[in-house]
Design a protein around this ligand. Structure first.
Ligand code: NAD
Length: 498
């Protein structure tokens, strides 16, 4: 049965009247699943009007009651975990257990938001001057917008939605048009959790909708996660229009393997970090920097064996479960295979070639691919491939490895595998990257910390979730107060007008 993915406005599924739509595919078999509607600018602005009206009463709702909605939402996400993960796998392609993992990481932000009464307490100083007190209020910003990528259709929206809502804002989600179905399920569960209509809305669409939201004077804050060129454009446009914007972009994450590392442990860690979700993770490891030729030779040999043994196939309905599913779309699959060819053309050593992998399914599959002898002048080193392609770069020593990472334009995540505390400490201090792992391959911060990169992996000063998320979705107001002397003595005569 063909699906038609529509909008969710003011507590109801509403069909767009724009007449525009995009095809939706199941990447595991290439089947046309249906369409997602591409809404018009006017429909986006109508959603803003709804969100603005609903926000007033929601802001006035005590934080504890807002937190209770989040508690119920968390329970509903857990109850519906299998359905949510199946929807993710069907449109994104990742294997079911990985989709459940994505849901868990999103759910943790909902849990964090349950503590919102504590997080919104602000500061208080007694006697900043004689008999003058000062205190801060953390007030919601108003209507917030989230524009999210295809690779985490639940986790990335949940980096934003629970924090924004718990802080007393309303929210409009513009999901990726590649895997939008699950956004409507999130909307349904929020409604079921008791969120008043209009506080959370979903608008499907493309640039037309995004531009309208960025231009609306009633939108206060925009959170974007996606590729760097779009992140940069959204940051510029949103900021120029007076909005606060956090725009998280692309990545090229390096993992350094020192000669003293536990090579077996490092190899296993690299396998999951490079090939999990077919490399379609902003924290995926796409470059392994082996320090010293001996380390590199051993690492490449160990990786080769494991990459060749990867179980690649559909993300659903296969037992035992595959380790890696398909890429999200046919154009993306073609782009990844072009990158592989460019690596060959530019002189890298293709150790395992994932092109033309033989799975019994007809979807958008590229097998695990491994390059050795990749150098910083190659396209496969400089650009984000967003596929199951790992490049091994050989560095002569630790300093060269560090310099490589610091000179790369992206700064999302990195990791070092070593047994030496001094090297690890130096690395964590000197590396110009936002999220650093020490013997941890994918150092995604937990919900109560904040997630964000450096350099061209983020535009805007505040990261998502954790304390930064609360700061992003609130405006601080500082009140300085002096009261006239009150009456402190009792009067025992009948009060009369004085
Ligand atoms: P994308 O930039 O193509 O799309 C992201 C969102 O922007 C989607 O909702 C899309 O509809 C919208 N969009 C696309 N073109 C637009 C335009 N011209 N104007 C306005 N909106 C537009 O990204 P994607 O392919 O969906 O996701 C993959 C990218 O996201 C990768 O680069 C990955 O590194 C990045 N990503 C980054 C993080 C992070 O935390 N830094 C997390 C997840 C994904």
């Amino acid at each position: 049965m063909s699906v038609l993915v529509s909008n969710f406005i003011n507590g109801q599924v509403v069909q767009s009247q724009s007449g525009r739509s995009a095809d939706l595919f199941n990447p595991a078999n290439g089947d046309l699943r249906g369409q997602v509607q591409l809404s018009s600018a006017d429909e986006a602005l109508a959603a803003v009007t709804v969100a603005k009206q609903a926000q007033e009463a929601w802001q006035a709702t005590p934080p504890l009651q807002r937190a209770r909605v989040m508690f119920k939402f968390k329970a509903l996400l857990e109850e519906n975990a299998d359905e949510l993960a199946t929807l993710i796998s069907t449109e994104h392609g990742k294997v079911h257990s990985d989709a459940l993992g994505e849901l868990t990481r999103g759910l943790e932000v909902v849990e964090f938001s349950c503590g919102i009464p504590h997080l919104l307490k602000g500061e208080h100083s007694l006697n900043v001057g004689r008999e003058i007190d000062s205190y801060s209020l953390m007030q919601p910003v108003g209507v917030c917008v989230g524009i999210t990528p295809f690779n985490f259709p639940v986790m990335v929206p949940l980096w934003m939605i629970p924090v924004a809502l718990a802080c007393g804002n309303s929210f409009i989600l513009k999901p990726s048009e590649k895997d939008p179905s699950v956004s409507l399920k999130l909307a349904e569960l929020l409604k079921q959790a008791g969120l008043p209509d209009g506080v959370f809305n979903v608008i499907q669409g493309d640039k037309e909708v995004v531009d309208a939201l960025l231009e609306s004077p009633d939108v206060a804050a925009v959170s974007f996660v996606g590729s760097t060129p779009i992140a940069e454009a959204i940051y510029s446009k949103g900021s120029a229009n007076g909005k606060r914007v956090q725009a998280l972009g692309g990545a090229k994450n390096h993992l350094v393997v020192m000669p003293d590392a536990d090579l077996e442990g490092a190899t296993n860690a690299i396998m999951g970090a490079a090939y999990g979700a077919a490399g379609e993770r902003c924290m995926a490891i796409s470059v392994a920097v082996a320090v010293g030729d001996e380390t590199a030779d051993k690492l490449v040999a160990m990786l080769k064996e494991k990459v060749e043994a990867l179980r690649v196939g559909p993300g659903l309905g296969v037992s035992p479960e595959n380790e890696m599913g398909p890429l999200v779309s046919e154009p993306h699959m073609n782009k990844v295979t072009e990158y592989i060819q460019s690596g060959v053309d530019q002189g890298a050593t293709l150790v395992v070639d994932g092109r033309g992998i033989n799975t019994s399914a007809l979807g958008y599959f590229v097998g695990g691919t491994l390059f050795d002898n990749v150098t910083p002048d190659m396209t496969i080193y400089n650009e984000e491939i967003f596929g199951p392609v790992l490049s091994v770069v050989r560095a002569k020593d630790y300093q060269q490895a560090l310099q490589l990472i610091n000179e790369h334009e992206f700064g999302n995540g990195t990791a070092i595998f070593t047994r030496d505390g001094d090297t690890a400490r130096d690395f964590s201090e000197k590396v110009e990257i936002g999220m650093v792992g020490i013997n941890v391959p994918i150092p995604v911060p937990m919900a109560f910390h904040s997630f964000g990169g450096w350099k061209r992996s983020i535009f805007g000063p505040l990261n998502v979730h954790g304390n930064d998320g609360v700061r992003f979705y609130t405006r601080m107001k500082t009140v300085t107060a002096r009261w006239p002397k009150g009456q402190r003595e009792s009067e025992f005569v009948m009060p009369t007008m004085k």
